[in-house]
Design a protein around this ligand. Sequence first.
Ligand code: ZN
Length: 489
Amino acid sequence: MKTVSNSPKESLKLYNTLSKEIEGFEPVTPGKVTIYNCGPTVHKVHTQIGNLRSYTFSDLVKRYFTYLGYETEHVIKITDVDDHTIAESAAEGIPLKEYTQKNFDDFVKQIGILNLIRPTYLPKVTDHVDDIVKDIKKLKELGYAYESNGSTYFSINKVENYGQLINLERQEALKKNAQGRMEDFSMEEKENTNDFCLWKAWTPEEGKVFWDTELGKGRPGWHVECSVISRKYLGETVDIHIGGISHIFPHHTNEIAISEAITHRRFVNYWLHHDYLIVEGKKMSKEDGTFYTLNDVLSRGYHPSVLRYVLLKTHYRQPLNFTWRAMEEVKTALAKIIRFLLWLDGVKNEKENKYSVSTDIKTCNEDFMKGMNNDLNFSEAMGSIFDFISNVNKQGEIINQKQAKEVYDFIMSIDSVLGFVDPAYKDYIQRLDKLIGANELKSVISKRLKAREDKEFNLADELGKQITAAGIRYTDSKDGSSYLEIAES
Ligand SMILES: [Zn+2]
């Protein structure tokens, strides 16, 4: 369902870190949106759930724009060379390329498990070294970059409005936060302490990892990678750039400096920054054993849809407190939607009635979009769906098959944005079918329905007992409709 709405009341509004205001969204090219997400470094813990919040959020943004009728182009950049990947591949004794390819394949697999639509592009840094070198040379020619001890640095003094993305009061705190990435680079080499490395000179510890280029023997710096790659795939001005708040400074600040020095155009129109993911109220930590990856979560028996829902449930500008209790709550909420779909699927009644299902669908769709248009307020949007479900449930006595199908299709169309209903429902049906097959209940089920129809209630009860004994629950309606559930859920 394409539901483009151009009325000002309903247009999409986003909080832009650059203006620090909620702004109406206007694309660079009408009908199209470009989205850039600084992606993972494909090292050991590339799928820790904190990072997955970022990609799941950018997937939601993309899906919603598609829902609104936009064409989307989406980049998640893959950092496949940095201190971690070099050290880890050396420790495992395998070449960097092989090591990062293995983690890249795993990353693609894992975002697939979370039902993230594969980005239009997943460019790797090591495939773009020539482009990066070309741009660093350009920056040198333009006077923005200088060489020191074999490395090349960006001179922030040359940029008039450096740091436009930073909230000044927070600048100091953020600077400290960023130190980790800068440790390797000797401060004495730089003209200004905030100058940052574009090209890092090779050191013997890096072994065979280097590119011998006109800039010398070395490798690219992190900030320039994003600038070059986003421009290459999405053009000089990107509509939406997504990342965590910890990247506002220095990473995104420096991406702006580089890009705008080269193009003299605005780099990004809307900066969307999501907050951190914390676990049980505390920072994720290896010592506390809370550095969870996707596999850690799934190994506890949760369907990936539950995690996806949890990752989206908290508004992106709030810290997301991941708890097992929250997982349980969401599991229950999702089960409610699944039960609703099972019921709709089982409706057999064909009688006409006065219930206007299209009115409820229209209201729900409007409210859903109202929530999403309000700076992607996911909870508000989900609230409209649960209201809708309880409204339709009230029509349980009269709803007919045609209406049930309309409701079912509408939920699935909304799920083109949510992305967690259909996979969970399909898996549920599969499990149910397996249970039916394993207990040879197919004919028992149809015999029971026939017995009910023929008002042979004693026989229906007997057959029903066989069904429940296999761990399957059935719910009958007066109109002859019936649906099955797995008893444990
Ligand atoms: Zn980036």
